[in-house]
Design a protein around this ligand. Structure first.
Ligand code: 5RP
Length: 225
């Protein structure tokens, strides 16, 4: 199986969490794209979707899935998205696709966050993948200095402006021993819009795909399917 076929398998498997007549939160990325395709197959059974990026919105529109503004809903039953890394405590690094701010907002409004990844994303300790931080452009140097002070090597993501008009610093070489604490520390730096650590609000369920099948993980508990 190719990596994309594995991503497809978890994208379609996430359909089991979609309830009829609900509005579904939808993430961004190659794995989330497979979930959007799957959602298209049940589009007449749902009310619509809240999207985390322009790219996902375009795909949803093409499939005829109604787009709903997040401000029009109090709560979502479900948010489905990929991740760049996830640990057994369901903390994640996200933002490889630069959509981290909208992703974090939607995750905060969702009752259930289902993370869909291939097995290469499951790690014991987060930090091998450079941690994305969305930053107001004028605060770039200040935030970079603070990220160095916290133990990383920040790199400016060239040529990327987020949908909110900001830049991304990717913090390399972090050994993230305490994700919840680090998330709060980075959030406290003036000029930081969003850090791609999803620890305070992690995933509730992770579907981890490999050529051997899909493992469903809920915190430390592993169920083989
Ligand atoms: C986008 C994200 C994605 O979920 C993450 O980058 C994983 O992407 P992919 O499914 O393409 O591997 O956080 O901002």
């Amino acid at each position: 199986m190719t990596q994309d076929e594995i991503k497809k398998s978890v994208g379609w498997a996430a359909l089991q969490y979609v309830q009829t007549s609900t509005i579904v939160g939808v993430g961004t990325g190659s794995t989330a794209n497979h979930f959007i395709d799957a959602l298209g197959s049940v589009k007449h059974q749902i009310k619509g979707a809240v999207s985390s990026s322009k790219v996902s919105s375009m795909k949803l529109k093409k499939l005829g899935i109604p787009l709903v503004d997040l401000n029009a809903v109090d709560m979502l039953d479900l948010y489905v998205d990929g991740a760049d890394e996830i640990n057994p405590y369901m903390h994640m690094i996200k933002g490889g696709g630069a959509a981290l701010t909208h992703e974090k907002i939607i995750a905060a409004v969702a009752r259930k966050f289902v993370c869909i990844v291939d097995a290469s994303k499951l790690v014991d300790m987060l930090g091998n993948f450079p941690l994305p931080v969305e930053v107001v452009p004028t605060a770039r140097s200040l935030v970079a200095r603070e990220l160095v002070r916290l133990g990383s090597i920040p790199k400016y993501r060239q040529g990327i402006i987020t949908e909110n008009g900001n830049i991304i610093l990717d913090a390399h070489n972090f050994k993230i021993v305490n994700p919840i604490e680090l998330e709060a520390q980075i959030n406290n730096i003036p000029g930081v819009v969003t850090v791609g650590l999803f620890a305070r609000r992690g995933a509730d369920i992770a579907l981890i795909g490999s050529e051997h099948g899909i493992k469903i993980i809920q915190k430390k508990c592993v169920i083989n399917t």
